[in-house]
Design a protein around this ligand. Structure first.
Ligand code: ZN
Length: 187
């Protein structure tokens, strides 16, 4: 297993809708394993494939480091689709490994129903709530090229602009491996 560089705000691949996975070969399995190590190394609880420069509709989730969620299992989610969103919305604080040190309360549906495939491409449908629903919606957005800062108000977007510029220009010190330019793609 190895650590992969994490793509940063401004990197082109983070704005691209990722491609559907049609075959899970050894390379895909290796990618998923490396996504887990990369996420754990950076103390993340979710990571999308384009956050490591891969154009694939895959994200990984592991919320077991959070208090009260110790029993939850790490999951690799392939070709997800959110098929239902609860009308009830809640605010929760979010952060993103691709946008280090920026955190904000974002309002999203409290519960979702999501369909996805596992590494055997077997189809699953699950209902997720609270923290799990939150992480899944954030990662699902990544796969569509959407970032959590897109939900900021115009005033808040203005406020974080200098920080985003620093991230984009690699002027911020980050304690995990990151991509070295905006065109980075995993080979
Ligand atoms: Zn993120």
């Amino acid at each position: 297993m190895s650590l992969l560089p994490v793509t940063l705000f401004g990197d082109k691949i983070l704005r691209k809708k990722t491609s559907k996975v049609t075959e899970v070969d050894n390379k895909t399995i290796e990618l998923i394993k490396n996504m887990f190590s990369t996420m754990h190394n950076a103390n993340g609880i979710g990571l999308a494939a384009n956050q490591v420069g891969a154009d694939k509709a895959i994200f990984v989730v592991d919320i077991s480091a959070l208090e009260d969620y110790e029993d939850s299992k790490p999951m690799a989610i392939i070709n997800p689709k959110i098929v239902e969103r609860s009308e009830e919305k809640i605010k929760m604080e979010e952060g993103c490994l691709s946008i280090p040190e920026i955190r904000a309360e974002i309002e999203r549906p409290k519960e979702i129903i999501i369909t996805y495939q596992d590494v055997d491409l077997k189809e699953h449908t699950i209902k997720a709530g609270d923290v799990l629903a939150r992480v899944m919606q954030h990662e699902y957005d990544h796969l569509q090229g959407i970032l959590f800062t897109d939900y900021f108000t115009p005033e808040d977007k203005k406020k974080i602009k200098p920080q985003l510029e620093d991230i984009k220009n690699r002027k911020k010190e980050i304690d995990y491996p990151v991509s070295d330019d905006v065109s980075y793609q995993l080979r």
